[in-house]
Design a protein around this ligand. Structure first.
Ligand code: ATP
Ligand code: MG
Length: 244
């Protein structure tokens, strides 16, 4: 996959920001330098997940206004060296235009191996800006009909914006619950419903999610971490078999 990826979804709350933090840390474990750009203006959250929210002085809107240079608004994650964040503006009024995002990413991509752009759910203006600067996309969905319904819309919009590599991550997968509810006969039918090629499956992992909420991207022996590492390897071009 390319080096600038937008992390998106049709429906909200599927785990985009959690994936951005976890995958960012996993890419760092593979020796990469990673920047997460938070494009969720007014609802930013990755700063919390990377444990830097108390330190923020500048955000992306300050860079655009010329109040500071990009490096002043980029913060290192407290616990993962070589993982950085450029926070979103606090107000949705300061949302960055697609044109400016493209320019900003063009400048920043020289300094990082990967840039992950976290964006608001759906295909509104925040999504447009985030996707404008991306060469590839990860659509995050849960294995539920409502969550999957928006995937195709997002995929079509991404394609019309010339984002050619689009992959699916099924997040919060709980096999027991999946079998018990019986909404889908198997995971293949979930992927078919999404209409997007699979990049990986992240299990429901409340311990890893809690770590992220506490401002520490999860590391160590956790089910979600194992999944993030496998996805990171695939993004890095290593052939890792899919576990369906
Ligand atoms: N694999 C997982 N296992 C358990 N809980 C998870 C997992 N991934 C995410 N969560 C939880 O799901 C909730 C939503 O996650 P997150 O904020 O990352 O979603 P989002 O897609 O970024 O939401 P939004 O659309 O509002 O930006 C959070 O409470 C998070 O801790
Ligand atoms: Mg989010």
């Amino acid at each position: 996959m390319g080096k600038v990826a937008v992390i998106t979804s049709g429906k909200g709350g599927t785990g985009k920001s959690t994936l951005a933090a976890g995958l960012g840390a996993a890419l760092v474990r593979r020796g990469n330098r990673v920047l997460i750009i938070d494009c969720d203006a007014g609802m930013r959250g990755v700063d919390l997940m990377l444990g830097v929210s108390g330190k923020l002085v500048f955000d992306i809107a300050d860079v655009v206004r010329g109040n500071c240079s990009p490096e002043n608004a980029i913060y290192p994650c407290g616990t993962v060296p070589e993982l950085y964040i450029l926070p979103a503006p606090q107000s949705v009024r300061d949302e960055i235009s697609p044109y400016i995002m493209r320019q900003l990413v063009y400048v920043l991509e020289k300094y990082y191996d990967y840039i992950l752009i976290d964006c608001p759910a759906g295909i509104g203006t925040g999504f447009e800006s985030a996707a404008a600067a991306a060469g590839c996309a990860v659509i995050v969905a849960n294995a539920e009909p409502l969550s999957l319904r928006g995937c195709d819309k997002v995929r079509q919009r991404l394609m019309s914006m010339n984002v050619s590599e689009i992959r699916l991550v099924i997040n919060r997968f709980n096999e027991k619950k999946f079998r018990k509810t019986g909404v889908f006969p198997d995971l293949d039918s979930v992927i078919d419903k999404a209409g997007v090629r699979l990049l990986g499956i992240v299990p429901e992992d409340n311990i890893a999610a809690a770590e992220t909420q506490k401002g520490r991207p999860p590391e160590g022996k956790m089910r979600a971490v194992y999944a993030f590492d496998r996805i990171a390897a695939r993004i890095d071009g290593v052939e890792v078999p899919l576990e369906i």
